[in-house]
Structure formats: C-alpha cells, structure tokens
Design a protein around this ligand. Structure first.
Ligand SMILES: Nc1ncnc2c1ncn2[C@@H]1O[C@H](COP(=O)(O)OP(=O)(O)OP(=O)(O)O)[C@@H](O)[C@H]1O
Length: 313
C-alpha cells in the first residue's frame, strides 16, 4: 500500500533561517505518526507544507499520492486538519458552524458532525464564544473529522486541555487509526504521545534526528546503570546516546545492546554491577535533544546534564 505521506529531501527557509533541512520521511496508512520536537523545531512548518499553505524551497511532498504544491486544494478537501489555534466563528452555535461547514463537503457531513458532537458531549445550541477551551477543541476536532478524512493532521491538539479531555482526544485518535485511517500528530507532550503513537519522528532545529516505530525504538534503546570499583568509566561495546556520572555509578542510554555485549561488560575488571531497563520515550527524546550529531552518534560531551530522574513522567 502506498504511504499516505511522502516527504523527500525537503528544505524550507524563511529568509536566512532554515526551518527544515533536507527532511525525508514516509507515513504508512493506518498509523498514528507523531512528530516530536521542541518549540521552533519545524513541526508546524512541516504540516503547512503538507497542506500546501507554504512552499518548500527544494524537495518534494506528497499526501494521498497528490503533489502538495500543485494539488493542495484537493489535499485540503480530503484531509482533516486541526491547527494549533483553531479559528472558529465565535458568534455561531456549535450547530450553526456545522451547518455552515457542511456547505464545503458532500453529505452526510452535517449528520456525522452532530454524531461526533454527541459523542464528545458538546451542546448543539451553545455559542462558540461561550465555550470552554476543551469544548472548542472538541468542536474543531468534530469539524475536521465529519467528512471522514483518510488522513487527520493535528498540530499540538491537546495543549492547554485538561487531563480528561486530553485522554478523550487521544482515544479518538487510536480509534481513527484502528479504522484504517491515518493520524499525523505534532506534539511536545511526550508522555501522551507514548500512549498512542505507532511511529515517532524526532525533529530538532529543522533536522530529522530519528524516525522509528515506537516499539523498535524502545526495544533498541536501553538504559544501562553501571557501578564501577574505580574512577575509570566502563568501556561500552555499543553506540551511546547519552551518558551521565554520579560518583562511581555511570548511566548510559545505548543503542543496539546485544546479550553478548551485556556479558562482556559484566566481565570488565572494574565493573561491580550492571543494571538495564527500558527508558521512557521522554528519556529517549531528551537524549536525542542533547545529542550532538545524527542518529547513532556517541555524544558524551553534550549529554552530561542528562538526568533521567528529572524526566520521569
Ligand atoms: N512565516 C515565518 N516567517 C519566518 N520564520 C518562520 C515562519 N514560520 C516559522 N518560522 C520559523 O521557523 C522555525 C520553525 O517554526 P515552526 O512553527 O515550524 O516550529 P514548531 O516546531 O511548530 O514550534 P512550536 O512547537 O513552538 O509550535 C522557527 O524558528 C520559526 O520562528
């Protein structure tokens, strides 16, 4: 099956600032794909390029097989999009805004929209101006889902929402993917993403550092805590993402640790104990954010401040 999104070698500059640099990725059908990055990483720019709201300086982007530059209108018709700050007509009621938007889509848009509002328990007669932030977000999600898009794009969908609304949002994303549709989600709420994402891409300052299925990422990357008898650091037989020292104890995030590596490590003369565990996505994210180079690099200098205790959910 063709990927829903194909981004190939895309660079986007705003004046002298490079917002995206040589980014390539594909999003398979039926997945929840999370784009993770800190403020200004290039997440919204990626989304705008996909929707044809901005143009890339070089490279190509395709959504549902359509070219994002030449066929943007068709893309916007077929995709559901919830922007970071949804613009809704404040003076309309939930019902009126559905009726108005239904004019742009084939039937049964309005019927589907009302079903979604009912599911999210949004009163049809309530004016947008009189709604809470969470209720507005639910209206916005319902508006973008009512034409049953093959792809739903959400830019920071849960920022500013309370826990229960966030949970409801995330659950609906999982439902969408389970129904064979695709969700692209931009976020810096890493803990939430971990609960729903199938694939994660980590972007830093316009560069794609890693794109991997969450399961693979969590299988490949391990946290090692090594206690030494002396002051020398242990010799690691695998790629190091980050390292940190507390007295004679060393903590590493490592990639591709084999059982034999683990045994070899335990046999090193000054190694007293080796413990291993699966890090959280947040810990992996922090390690990548503090890393110096691209995927697989050994980044000892940059990652000294990394403290897993600080990022435990
Ligand atoms: N229209 C624009 N003109 C100039 N610079 C821009 C423009 N849009 C984005 N940028 C810059 O490009 C970079 C990427 O911005 P972008 O909005 O894509 O980041 P983001 O990852 O979505 O951040 P956030 O999480 O804060 O929304 C930032 O440095 C931003 O200032």
């Amino acid at each position: 099956m063709n990927p829903v999104i194909e981004i190939s070698r895309v660079t986007k500059r705003f004046g002298s600032h490079t917002a995206l640099s040589d980014v390539s990725l594909t999003v398979p059908t039926g997945t929840v794909f999370a784009l993770l990055g800190e403020n200004g990483a290039g997440k919204t720019t990626t989304i705008k390029l996909l929707l044809g709201l901005e143009e890339a300086d070089c490279g190509s982007l395709r959504v549902l097989g359509l070219d994002c530059r030449r066929e943007a209108e068709e893309i916007r018709r077929r995709v559901g999009y919830v922007p970071e700050q949804p613009a809704l007509y404040d003076w309309m009621t939930a019902s009126e805004i559905g009726w108005f938007t239904a004019g742009f889509y084939p039937e049964p848009y309005e019927q589907e929209y009302r079903k979604l509002l009912e599911r999210f328990r949004v009163p049809l007669g309530r004016k947008i101006s009189q709604m809470s932030k969470g209720m507005r977000a639910k209206v916005s999600l319902s508006l973008s889902l009512a034409h049953q898009p093959e792809l739903l794009i959400l830019d920071e969908p849960t920022s500013g929402l309370d826990t229960l609304v966030r949970r409801e949002f995330l659950e609906s994303m999982v439902d969408i993917a389970a129904a064979g549709r695709t969700v692209l989600l931009s976020s810096h709420q890493i803990g939430e993403v971990e609960r729903v994402a199938d694939i994660v891409a980590i972007v830093r300052e316009g560069e794609l550092l890693v794109v991997e299925s969450l399961d693979t990422l969590k299988c490949q990357i391990r946290e090692l805590t090594i206690t030494m008898s002396g002051s020398r650091p242990p010799e690691l037989p695998c790629d190091t993402l980050s390292r940190r020292q507390r007295g004679r104890q060393w903590q590493f995030l490592v990639r591709t640790l084999q059982n034999t590596d683990f045994d070899d490590l335990s046999k090193q003369p000054e190694v007293v104990a080796v413990e291993t565990r699966t890090p959280s996505l947040e810990e992996i994210f922090v390690a990548y954010m503090q890393s110096d180079k691209r995927e697989g690099s050994n980044v000892e200098e940059e990652s000294r401040n990394y403290d897993p205790a600080e990022v435990q959910p």
